[in-house]
Write a protein that binds this ligand. Sequence first.
Ligand code: URA
Length: 253
Amino acid sequence: MAQRGECTFWVLLIFTEGSTMRLDKFICKSSELIRDEAIQAIYAGQVVVNDTIMTNPSLQVHENNTITLHGRRLTARAFRYILMHKPSGTICSNRDEAYPSLFNHIEIDKASELHIAGRLDADTTGLVLMTDDGRWSFHIISPSQQCEKVYRVGLRDPISDDVVSTFKGGVQLQGEENRTLPAKLKVVAPREVLLTITEGKFHQVKRMFKAVGNRVVSLHREEIGGIRLDVGVGQWRYLTADEVNSLRPGCPR
Ligand code: URA
């Protein structure tokens, strides 16, 4: 018989290797319920974790816990990892705003649960990675993880030689406390370069070139952590297991 309880959850949960997540998120990942419905079911005492009714939606649970909804055992869906070629004039948001959402191109169940690991501006094209695995995207986004992103940049003015060393040493962006982390610049043509950076400040690439008196006229992301864009504009595919694992810590980049 299930007992009602909230404070004793840490006694009840057995943490082993694998993922932990909020209880309401687990319900969404393992049933047809959307977030609001999951929260209502939890408040209504319809969710049982390891024989105890749990009424706190933010409770951290482990995928190995025994979790039931209306007496039916739930199993969390596997995380999803998607590569997409973002077209210009779309936004990296879960809903349409001034431009249509990138998610309109993805016809899969519960696409709204996905988030983007490193957003692009509306006018930027190229490689976008999407997932519902927050720990995985952290390894891509966090500057501490040194995950390299490669951008092909079109410039208004011819690039001057000294910019290579300037970017290597880090540039001071307007309104930022610290310089940018060392960036690699490869000159392809006088007005075309490949820029490799490991962080993702707001409008970073555009602001870096502005800081050296130039201007970005086109921007396209080609690569993230060794994963290259290989689908047409507006198309997407699931990442392979090897690709997913290659972006986890401790794996070669
Ligand atoms: N830097 C920018 O300025 N814009 C992007 O979309 C991505 C990186």
